[in-house]
Structure formats: structure tokens, C-alpha cells
Design a protein around this ligand. Structure first.
Ligand SMILES: [Fe+2]
Length: 343
């Protein structure tokens, strides 16, 4: 579907005079201003873990943790013209910490998460709570929550990060506050109030919490895997869990919304498209995805993007495969802009 061709043609000197007066004629740029459907700037893209991994060693050598805010390698789609963007509204990255490294405390308005891929022995401190990072654990660092990271193991640690920095930059709504890198009390904490939110289905009746974002910061990988194993398939053929705020049952954060899908082997999911954006981390297994006109074959810890309003279908090969999926869906829900279609 296209806009009809405009019947009115303005004299170019009239348009020039309008422009010189800081005015634009709507009639000659109506099509640009009101596209008939969303048009993602970016084609889908796959980043292979083996290509990223070879840079982790050099990142450790060249960027001392005390000299940098974070030692993260951000996945970038060149379709954004050099901007640090993975797909619209979202970035994904891998962070590298050597034994003893501490990524200093800070807080900011954008929302971020970590997903533990090779992170056994690491911990993230969020608002005075120590969150361990075992295989498949998800750690939230919601807007304006203080957070820092530490590697207390004897081996190098790498985890997957995602954040809605491009969205918040587009709105020019980011605030950033550095913490004190020498403040030992920041690191000397235990699980703290995180234990108020670890029991599914029950919450403290007198615990006050304003539900802007989830009060629970750590989502254990083994709990996610247990639920995935018990779930029936959804309409697209995959079993999918949504990480939720236990006080509302809704997304964990207003503008960052997280899922895990278990794909059945050898059977492609029904193609789906949505107005929101997605980044998929392959947590386990092998398979392929057709996103728009591109087909990718992927294996563990590869990452690929599904730009908005692009048909996507996935298939596991050999055995089941799990995809951790970062989206901006909750932001679209809040703006009443979410539209989804299934073939
Ligand atoms: Fe941060």
C-alpha cells in the first residue's frame, strides 16, 4: 500500500521561501512524514561468538579496567551509519573481566541487563544486593539503580549485556552518575533484600514497592530452564517464558522486556513480525533463523537481530535450542504501538 500521488505541485521558489522562513509545506513531504508502515533502517545481522571471542584477549590487554567505565565489546550494525546501535532502540555487547577486576559503581537512566554466558564466579552488586552470576542467570540493572561488577574467580569471565541506550539517547533523557570506585562498602554486601523476591508466587504482604520496575534483580537460570521444560508450546510453536515483575506480572522494566524461547528440533516456528525490536542470544543448541530475506545458521553464544516489522522464523537442528530475547516491547505497549502478526 502506498500513499496516492499528490495532485498539488508547489512552485519551487515558494517552497524555498517557506524554508527560508522556517516553514515546510506538509503537502510535498507528507509521504516522508507519515510512512504507511514501519521501515527498519537495518537489515538483520548475525554476530558469531567465535569472531567476538578472538577480540576478548586483546580487549583485556589494551583496556585496563581501572581506566575504563566498562570493558564491553558492543555489537554494531553498519546500517546505522557509525552510530553505536545493534538494532533500533537497543544495544547488545559482551563484557570481559579478568580475575580481580572490578567494574566500578555507577547508575544511569537507561535500562540494562546481564545474561551469564561464561560468568561463573562473577557477581553484580545492584542497589546494595549481591547477585551471583551462574550459567543462564539474568541480572537486571534497572534505571537509576547503582551497580558494579566483580570477578572473584581465578578465570576470565565474559557475559552478554543489553541496554536500551539508543532509545534513551533518541529521547535525550539519559542521566549518568559515577560512584566512588574506592568505596569498599559498595562491594561488601550480601544478597540483602533480593531474598524477599526469590520465592515464586508469594510476596511479603507488608513490603512496599512502587512497581516502576521489578523489585527482583536476579532471575536464576535453573528456574527458567525448569519452567521451559514444563511449558506447552505457544501459537508460534516455541515454548516461551517472559521474565516478569513479581508485583505486577508485567515486563521487568518499562522500556526493556525479556524472554527466553525453547525451539523444538527440526520444526520451524511460524513466521511472526512485530513493531518492536529484538536481539537474540543463542543460549544453547544450534539452528537457523530466517529474518526478512536473510537466513542465518547459528550456534551457542551467537547473537542476531530481528529489526522491527520484519518476518522471523526459527528452527533448531539436532536437539532443542534456547534463545534469550531482548526487546523494547514493553515500551511499545506503554505507547499503545504494539502490533504483532503470525503467519
Ligand atoms: Fe551501567
Amino acid at each position: 500500500m502506498q500513499h496516492p500521488t499528490p495532485k498539488v505541485k508547489s512552485e519551487s521558489d515558494f517552497v524555498a521561501q517557506l524554508e527560508a522562513s522556517n516553514l515546510h509545506p506538509l503537502w510535498d513531504r507528507f509521504r516522508t512524514l507519515t510512512p504507511v508502515k514501519p521501515q527498519a533502517k537495518d537489515p538483520p545481522l548475525l554476530w558469531r561468538w567465535k569472531d567476538i571471542e578472538r577480540f576478548t584477549e586483546r580487549a583485556v590487554r589494551e583496556a585496563a579496567i581501572d581506566d575504563v567505565e566498562r570493558r564491553a565489546l558492543i555489537l554494531v550494525n553498519p546500517a546505522f551509519g557509525g552510530e553505536t546501535v545493534t538494532t533500533s532502540n537497543l544495544i547488545a555487547a559482551f563484557t570481559v573481566l579478568d580475575p580481580g577486576d572490578r567494574a566500578r559503581p555507577h547508575r544511569h537512566t537507561f535500562a540494562a541487563i546481564r545474561f551469564a554466558t561464561h560468568a561463573e564466579g562473577a557477581a553484580t552488586i545492584v542497589n546494595g544486593r549481591r547477585c551471583e552470576m551462574h550459567e543462564g542467570d539474568l541480572i537486571l540493572t534497572p534505571p537509576m539503580c547503582w551497580h558494579g561488577h566483580i570477578n572473584e574467580s581465578d578465570h576470565r569471565i565474559v557475559w552478554f549485556d543489553a541496554a536500551n541506550i539508543p532509545l534513551i539517547r533518541g529521547l535525550d533523557a539519559n542521566f549518568f552518575e559515577p560512584g566512588d570506585p574506592k568505596a569498599n562498602q559498595f562491594w561488601q554486601v550480601d544478597e540483602g533484600d533480593e531474598k524477599l523476591w526469590t520465592e515464586p508466587g508469594i510476596v511479603g504482604a507488608d513490603i512496599q514497592h512502587a512497581p516502576v520496575h521489578s523489585p527482583k534483580y536476579r532471575y536464576a537460570g535453573d528456574a527458567t530452564r525448569r519452567l521451559l521444560a514444563a511449558l506447552p508450546s505457544g501459537p508460534d510453536g516455541a515454548r516461551t517464558v517472559r521474565y516478569t515483575n513479581p508485583t505486577t506480572g508485567e515486563a521487568v522494566m518499562p522500556a526493556l522486556d525479556l524472554y527466553m524461547s525453547r525451539l523444538p528440533k527440526a520444526q520451524a516456528t511460524r513466521p511472526k513480525r512485530t513493531t518492536c525490536n529484538m536481539i537474540c542470544l543463542v543460549v544453547s543448541g544450534e539452528g537457523s533463523s530466517t529474518v526478512g530475506e536473510h537466513t542465518f545458521e547459528w550456534s551457542q553464544h551467537d547473537v542476531f537481530s530481528i529489526p522491527h516489522w520484519t518476518w522471523a522464523s526459527h528452527k533448531a537442528i539436532g536437539s532443542n535450542a534456547d534463545l534469550f530475547i531482548v526487546t523494547d516491547k514493553s515500551a511499545f505497549e506503554r505507547l499503545d504501538l504494539l502490533r504483532e502478526e503470525l503467519q
